[in-house]
Ligand binder design. Sequence first.
Ligand SMILES: Cc1cc2nc3c(=O)[nH]c(=O)nc-3n(C[C@H](O)[C@H](O)[C@H](O)COP(=O)(O)OP(=O)(O)OC[C@H]3O[C@@H](n4cnc5c(N)ncnc54)[C@H](O)[C@@H]3O)c2cc1C
Length: 156
Amino acid sequence: MLAHTAGQQGRVAAHTICGEDMKYDESKDSGVIFTRPEAAFVGLSLDQAKAKGIDAVEVKAPMSIDAKAMITNETHGMIKIVADKNTHRIVGVHYLADHADTLIGEGVMMVAGEMTLEQVAQAIHPHPTQTELFGELARRLLSRLRRSAKKKTKVA
Ligand SMILES: Cc1cc2nc3c(=O)[nH]c(=O)nc-3n(C[C@H](O)[C@H](O)[C@H](O)COP(=O)(O)OP(=O)(O)OC[C@H]3O[C@@H](n4cnc5c(N)ncnc54)[C@H](O)[C@@H]3O)c2cc1C
């Protein structure tokens, strides 16, 4: 159904024919739906991650809190990150946002590069850009995870 998926599968076929080890990893594939605002995904949803046995959590932020989105009046939608609660590895990024076709690039690198919430939280995103939301999301989820870990320690 997707041209970039077909391209990757073609490269995997060619590498395999040459005796090289390369696999198509559906859990890191991506897609964009060119609506207004655009919808896009890379990697796994919360349910898909849980079905794979990952103890996954998600964090969402509306585009309306983003400075650049306010400036350009493109505040509809949101961005969501899905991460492994234990390793903090980002396994999915999901968008309903203007420019999702461009913003998806950073999500693709997070998922393909198996980046952690800490790495994204510490990355310095320029202001004002919609990419600032990635750092904000990672920091929010990390602080939520820290709070729930503290609560568990108190109960124990
Ligand atoms: C109108 C349209 C719009 C699209 N828009 C998008 C988009 O915006 N984004 C996106 O990601 N994807 C899009 N797609 C989907 C994308 O084009 C396909 O997913 C992709 O081309 C599939 O690649 P493929 O190599 O698997 O198959 P194909 O590109 O269909 O290639 C198969 C090839 O095999 C040949 N063939 C078939 N049978 C034989 C045979 N017996 N012997 C020899 N050769 C044979 C065919 O002639 C063809 O050249 C769109 C598709 C369509 C039709």
